[in-house]
Design a protein around this ligand. Structure first.
Ligand code: 9MR
Length: 561
C-alpha cells in the first residue's frame, strides 16, 4: 500500500483469521460507519462503528469497528470517512505463522558463543560473541572447592536482552515458556521450521533453540553442592558494540535460592520433555533430572539466599553493576520447582512441606513471580498424576478459571477491547510481556474449560501487541507497518544495518522513565518511544519474547477452534 496508515486507526497490522474475531479501534471520529476495502480501494464490507463502553486512560472514548463477519481472504485496508485509511492487513489462514516463527527465531539471533552464519542469519550474520569458556569465580561465589579466580567453562546460552549478560533467573521463565509451548502444542510445534544450524536433526526446532540455553544453564550449577550461580556477567555493561568486541572478564557470582529453584524447575520440565528424544539426545533427560534434584536439595538447605548486589558490592571486588534480578521472596519459586519435580517424578515428597496456596493472589507470571507456572504444570498434567496429585489440585483449577474470568470480565467495555486495557497496573517495565502472559493464562484456562471467550481474549492480546493499542505500534521488530526501528539492543544498534534484528518484542508502554528518556505521553498505555536509549520502554528481552512466541504459536495451533 502506498500511503501510510492513519495514526487514529489501531489495528493488528499483520491480520486476521477468516473465521475468528476481527476488530479495529478508531480514535477521534464522529463517523458511524466504516468500510473494508481492497488495496485498490474497492469496498467489500460496510460495518457500523460503535462507541466504546468506557473511555481510554486519557479520558477519550473510542469507536469500535467489528468486521468479524467478513471472512473472505485477501489484503485489505479499513476506511473511516472522517479519519482516512488504516495500515493494510491480511485476512487468511495461518496469518500469524510468520510472526510466530520469527518470535522463536529471535533467540537464535541472541545466541552467545557461536557465529551467526549468513545461511541462517541473512544480512544480520555476525562473528561469534562471548565464547564464555574461561569464566572467573567472583569472590561472592567462592567456596572451598572453587576459590575466587578459579576458571570454569560456561558457554552457549542467550544474551538476556539489550545487554550481553546471562542471568539464570530470567532464563528460567524464558526457557520454560518455550518448553511449555512445545509441551502444550507438540503436533503444531513439530511443523515449525526455523532454519537454524540444528534444523533437520529430528528434534523440533523450538526444542533445538531451547537447548542452546538449557545447555548453558546446566553449566551454571556448582557440581560440588548443587547450588546455581545467579548470573554470568561482566562487571559492568558492555558498550554499544557488536558482541565479538566485548572482551572484558566475565564472572559467575553468588549462588542464590531463586536461581537454584528456577533451575530446578526448568530442568525437571526439560527432563520429561527430552525423555521422548533419548535416541537423539542420549543421557540428557537423566542429567537434567539429576541436576534438578541436586538444585532442589541445595535450595532446601539454603531457603533464603537472596542475591543482593548492593550488599555484595560493599564486600567484594570488582563491584558488579549489571542487571540485578534480585528477588527476595521464594515462596513462588518453591511452588514452581516442587510442581515441576512432582509432575516429572510423581514423587509426593516434593510437595510434602510446600503450601501450594499460601495466599489468594494469582499474579500474571514475571521473572520474579512464577507461582502460576507451577499451577499450569500441575493442572495440565492432572490426568497423568493419578495418586500423586496434590490435594489442592481441584482448588487450583477453580482458581485458574476464576482468574481467567477476572481477566476477561468487562474487557469488552474497554477502549481497545483488550484485557490489557482494563488497568493502568498492566503498564510497568516490560508491559508487553504482561499482554503475552495474560494470553498464556487465558489459553491455560481454555484448555481446562473449552470456554471460547478465553481464546477470543487471548487473540485480542495478540492484536494488542501487533497494533491495536494506545501507541499504534506493532511492537515486534520487522512485523507490521509501524514498528520499532531503534530498539535498545546492542547488535541492532551496532551492526550498521538499518533494520533491527527481526522478531524481537520491545518492552512496551511504561510511564516510569527509569531510563530518563522523556516519552511523548505519560498516559500509561501511550508511554512509549522508539528510541535506542529508552531501555525502560524499548529494550528487548528473552522473557518478553517468550510469551509472544507462546501466544502467537498457540493461536496458530488453535486457529480452527
Ligand atoms: O525486566 C527487568 C525489570 O523487571 C526490572 O524492573 C529492571 C530493573 O531491575 O530490570 C529489567 O531487566 C533487565 C536486566 O536487569 C538486565 N538486562 C536487561 C533487562 C531488561 O531491561
Amino acid at each position: 500500500i502506498p500511503e501510510a496508515g492513519n495514526e487514529d486507526i489501531r489495528v493488528n497490522q499483520i491480520g486476521f483469521y477468516p473465521l475468528a474475531s476481527k476488530t479495529a479501534v478508531v480514535l477521534k471520529t464522529k463517523a458511524t460507519v466504516f468500510y473494508i476495502e481492497t488495496i485498490d480501494k474497492k469496498k467489500v464490507f460496510t460495518g457500523e462503528l460503535k462507541v466504546s463502553g468506557k473511555p481510554d486512560f486519557a479520558g477519550n472514548t473510542t469507536s469500535i469497528a467489528d468486521f468479524t463477519s467478513f471472512d473472505i481472504s485477501g489484503k485489505y485496508i479499513l476506511y473511516v470517512p472522517d479519519v482516512g485509511y488504516s495500515w493494510s492487513f491480511e485476512i487468511k489462514k495461518a496469518v500469524h505463522e510468520a510472526v510466530g516463527n520469527a518470535a522463536i527465531k529471535a533467540y537464535y539471533f541472541m545466541r552467545a558463543s557461536i557465529p551467526l552464519n549468513e545461511k541462517y542469519a541473512g544480512k544480520w550474520s555476525r562473528a561469534e560473541g562471548h565464547p564464555d569458556t574461561s569464566i572467573l569465580i567472583h569472590p561472592s561465589a567462592a567456596s572451598d572447592k572453587r576459590a575466587a579466580g578459579t576458571i570454569i567453562s560456561s558457554p552457549r546460552g542467550w544474551y538476556d536482552a539489550g545487554d550481553y549478560n546471562k542471568y539464570v533467573v530470567n532464563s528460567g521463565i524464558s526457557t520454560s515458556t518455550l518448553l511449555s509451548l512445545y509441551e502444550d502444542f507438540p503436533a503444531y510445534m513439530k511443523t515449525v521450521k526455523l532454519n537454524i544450524p540444528e534444523s533437520g536433526n529430528n528434534i523440533p526446532d523450538v526444542l533445538n533453540e531451547a537447548l542452546w540455553n538449557l545447555r548453558w544453564m546446566l553449566t551454571m550449577q556448582d557440581p560440588n553442592d548443587g547450588g546455581v550461580y545467579h548470573k554470568l556477567t561482566n562487571a559492568a555493561f558492555d558498550k554499544f558494540e557488536m558482541p565479538d568486541k566485548g572482551t572484558a572478564p566475565r564472572y559467575v557470582v553468588q549462588k542464590g535460592t531463586a536461581a537454584t529453584l528456577d533451575f530446578a524447575a526448568v530442568m525437571a520440565q526439560a527432563s520429561r520433555i527430552f525423555r521422548n528424544f533419548q535416541k537423539e539426545l542420549p543421557g540428557l533427560a537423566d542429567s537434567c533430572l539429576r541436576q534438578s534434584k541436586m538444585a532442589w536439595n541445595w535450595a532446601i538447605e539454603h531457603p533464603d539466599s537472596v542475591y543482593n548486589q548492593d550488599a555484595i558490592n560493599k564486600k567484594y571486588s570488582p563491584p558488579i553493576t549489571t542487571g540485578g534480578y534480585g528477588d527476595r521472596n521464594f515462596k513462588d519459586e518453591f511452588i514452581w520447582a516442587a510442581s515441576e519435580l512432582l509432575v516429572t517424578t510423581h514423587d509426593n515428597a516434593y510437595i510434602k512441606d510446600i503450601n501450594l496456596v499460601p495466599d489468594k493472589s494469582m499474579p500474571v507470571p514475571t521473572w520474579g513471580q512464577v507461582k502460576l507456572l507451577g499451577y499450569y504444570s500441575l493442572i495440565k498434567n492432572s490426568n497423568s498424576l493419578g495418586n500423586s496429585a496434590p490435594k489442592e489440585l481441584p482448588e487450583l483449577k477453580v482458581r485458574l478459571l476464576a482468574f481467567a474470568d477476572d481477566l476477561i470480565n468487562e474487557a469488552g467495555e474497554t477502549a481497545y477491547q483488550t484485557v490489557m486495557d482494563k488497568s493502568t497496573h498492566n503498564f510497568g517495565w516490560g508491559s508487553n510481556s504482561v499482554a503475552g502472559n495474560q494470553g498464556i493464562a487465558l489459553i491455560q484456562a481454555w484448555k481446562l474449560s473449552n470456554n471460547p471467550e478465553y481464546l477470543i481474549y487471548a487473540l485480542n492480546n495478540l492484536d494488542y501487541l501487533l497494533g491495536r493499542n494506545g501507541t499504534g505500534y506493532s511492537f515486534v521488530t520487522g512485523y507490521g507497518s509501524k514498528i520499532p526501528m531503534h530498539p535498545h539492543h546492542r547488535p541492532s544498534v551496532a551492526d550498521g544495518i538499518v533494520d533491527p534484528i527481526p522478531g524481537l518484542l520491545v518492552g512496551g508502554p511504561n510511564p516510569g522513565m527509569q531510563d530518563n528518556v522523556r516519552v511523548p505521553s505519560i498516559v500509561p498505555d501511550e508511554a512509549y518511544i522508539d528510541d535506542d536509549r529508552a531501555y525502560a520502554v524499548n529494550e528487548i528481552a528473552i522473557n518478553w519474547n517468550a510469551p509472544l512466541a507462546y501466544l502467537a504459536n498457540a493461536i496458530e495451533a488453535l486457529q480452527n477452534q
